[in-house]
Write a protein that binds this ligand. Structure first.
Ligand code: GSH
Length: 219
């Protein structure tokens, strides 16, 4: 399975992270996204006319949307990430998978502007990003009131992986996460998962584990 990848792309990272959490080995094919804009070159446009990355190739199967790649990896190797199948939970997963596109456009757009000097109305992008973060915060608070730590249930699903990277990197676009305690708790829960992998700007949870208590004479 080959991933057309760029290390600083949150959308590519979603797929790398899901593969690691699902125990799937990925071959990565680095793409010169910046400054080369290779994703808009002939070879990659032939694979994805939308001119975006990631692109996932598995034999004859070519996927060009990260949400589809998360679903494919989960279906192949870790179906629990697709949820229990309960109608309400399945609906919540789809709702947050659609919502993730707004995070990509707003928080992602602000980040591209601030980091790669990509033209755009940064004020509008940040305002859209803050509006989306407020909705996410409200959704997570409601889930906590239901006794659930993640977006669709008390277990993480593809919906959490679809939304997490752009939120965790919101400060790169000039949007702090301080005002959102539920989002920060959720981010800690994801960064504390077994097999979690990092990307530049997103780090595994470093818990200051208390020193193991050793009884005198035990050593
Ligand atoms: N809807 C696509 C969007 C992915 C996306 O926005 N990728 C960025 C890189 S992080 C991209 O290729 N943007 C094209 C560009 O900005 O030139 C997905 O979720 O897979």
């Amino acid at each position: 399975m080959k991933l057309y990848d760029y290390v600083l792309s949150p959308s590519c990272y979603k797929v790398r992270l899901m593969a690691a959490l699902a125990g799937v080995k990925l071959e990565t094919r680095p793409v010169d996204f910046h400054p080369g804009a290779e994703h808009r070159g002939t070879e990659l446009l032939a694979l994805n006319p939308a001119g975006s990355i990631p692109i996932l190739e598995d034999g004859d199967l070519i996927l060009t949307e990260s949400a589809a790649m998360l679903a494919y990896l989960a279906a192949r190797a870790a179906p629990e990430w697709l949820g229990s199948g309960a109608p309400e939970e399945a609906a919540r997963i789809q709702q947050w998978l659609s919502f993730a596109h707004r995070l990509t456009a707003s928080l992602g757009g602000a980040r591209l502007h601030e980091m790669l000097q990509r033209p755009g109305d940064i004020g509008a992008l940040q305002a859209q990003g803050i509006a989306a973060l407020r909705e996410l915060e409200a959704g997570l608070v409601e889930q906590r009131l239901r006794g659930m730590r993640f977006l669709a249930s008390d277990q993480p699903t593809v919906a959490d992986i679809a939304c997490f990277p752009y939120v965790a990197l919101a400060p790169d676009g000039g949007i702090p996460l301080d005002p959102y305690p539920a989002i920060r708790l959720w981010s800690r829960a994801i960064r504390g998962l077994d097999n979690f992998i990092e990307m530049p700007g997103i780090h595994r949870l470093h818990e200051l584990k208390p020193e193991p208590h050793v009884e005198p004479g035990e050593v």
